[in-house]
Design a protein around this ligand. Structure first.
Ligand SMILES: NC(=O)c1ccc[n+]([C@@H]2O[C@H](COP(=O)([O-])OP(=O)(O)OC[C@H]3O[C@@H](n4cnc5c(N)ncnc54)[C@H](OP(=O)(O)O)[C@@H]3O)[C@@H](O)[C@H]2O)c1
Length: 333
């Protein structure tokens, strides 16, 4: 089988020919139809992730057909069309994952390959309304957005939501979920084109976060925000504290722009804000996400599809944040 391998940090990934995978006890081997990129894959190529082990097949997201099962796995899993929950060993607490938590695609070989081997417990039926490419785009970003919006964000219908950096893979899911749950959604982006796309999907307004004072314009035109979903942090985080309504919630699942240099705690306590963190999701979050996506027939927004051989082009597109939604690698056409 073909595998797209990171052998050296800050270097292009290499296409290799490898032996087919054999499942161990409790495992399944999946012939992948498609995989998807996450910012995590890019961070790992740059050495910006703890505990990097090389060589590694990156990729946390995949969809395909179960071809082999190991000892103890029911035979009726064979030939099933599946997606993979990439968050393993969450642990006993819904509130937070435990120390043994790990993510498919480092240290375990991931989905940028013709086949992947995973514990059968993390295999789920592919949602029927999704194509292979859409299904591959769903798992990591889909569950991250679900936990941020619903489990940690506690979104209620009719609330006002702000999704920052809407072009991001997780952010586009957060936009779709909040709209499907009956919220009014505004977005920020560095790109007028991406704001326009978000408005076409149902956002009521968009603001360019690279423009100084964008949040003042928001507050001049609109009511303040009940729930903010952010993955950037950085100096722009101060604007989010202003945009939040008294008693509002801000959920961060990332810090692409780094930590804020200053955090105005006076605003935090005087407005009685709730600041929360969120990381991927528990098995319950994953099941809840699949049920929500199937109920509302939500289709992941696929920005562009690449072949495995062109995977470095996909990585380059992610590096420059050119995408709106998910970058997908199709293994089979
Ligand atoms: N904790 C978790 O479980 C988890 C899971 C997934 C991702 N993450 C983290 O979340 C972040 C996004 O991940 P992703 O996979 O969705 O990445 P992605 O698809 O590459 O999204 C990146 C987007 O972030 C936005 N952005 C960049 N700088 C920004 C800034 N200063 N202010 C506001 N928005 C900014 C941009 O939006 P525009 O193009 O619209 O400007 C960009 O397109 C990464 O830091 C990632 O590591 C964490």
């Amino acid at each position: 089988m073909k595998a797209f391998v990171l052998t050296q940090l800050k270097c292009p990934l290499q296409l290799e020919e490898r032996d087919g995978l054999v499942p161990g006890p409790g495992e399944a081997v999946i012939a992948l139809q498609a995989a998807a990129l996450n910012r995590r894959d890019y961070w790992i190529t740059q050495g910006m992730y703890p505990g990097i082990q090389l060589p590694i097949v990156l990729g946390s997201d995949g969809a395909g057909v179960v071809t082999h099962v190991g000892e103890g796995v029911p035979q009726d899993l064979l030939q099933r069309q599946v997606i993979i929950n990439p968050g393993w060993n969450w642990g006993d607490r819904e509130a937070v994952h435990g120390n043994a938590f790990r993510i498919l695609g480092m240290p375990d070989d991931g989905t940028f390959a013709g086949e992947v081997r995973v514990p059968a417990a993390y295999v789920a039926a592919k949602p029927e309304h999704l194509s292979w490419q859409e299904a591959a785009a769903l798992p990591l970003a889909g569950v991250t957005a679900y936990r941020a919006v619903f489990t940690q964000g506690r979104l209620q219908p009719g609330e006002r939501v702000l999704i920052s950096g809407v072009g991001g893979g997780v952010a586009t899911f957060a936009l779709q979920y909040a709209l499907a749950a009956g919220a009014t959604v505004v977005v920020t982006s560095s790109s007028a084109e991406k704001i326009e796309k978000a408005i076409q999907l149902g956002a009521t307004a968009g603001f360019d976060y690279t423009v100084e004072g964008w949040h003042k314009q928001l507050l001049a035109e609109q009511e303040p925000i009940d729930l903010i979903i952010d993955s950037a942090g950085g100096d722009g985080y101060a604007n989010l504290l202003d945009a939040a309504a008294p008693g509002g919630r801000i959920v961060n699942y990332g810090a692409t722009a780094g930590p804020p240099k200053k955090l105005d705690l006076f605003k935090v306590f005087w407005k009685q804000l709730h600041l929360a963190g969120s990381t991927m999701g528990s098995p319950d979050d994953f099941a809840g996400m699949l049920a929500f996506v199937s109920q509302h027939k939500i289709k992941p927004i696929v920005d562009e599809v690449f072949s495995l051989a062109d995977g470095n082009e996909a990585m380059e597109r992610m590096k420059h944040s050119r995408q709106f939604g998910k970058l997908v690698i199709a293994h089979q056409t």
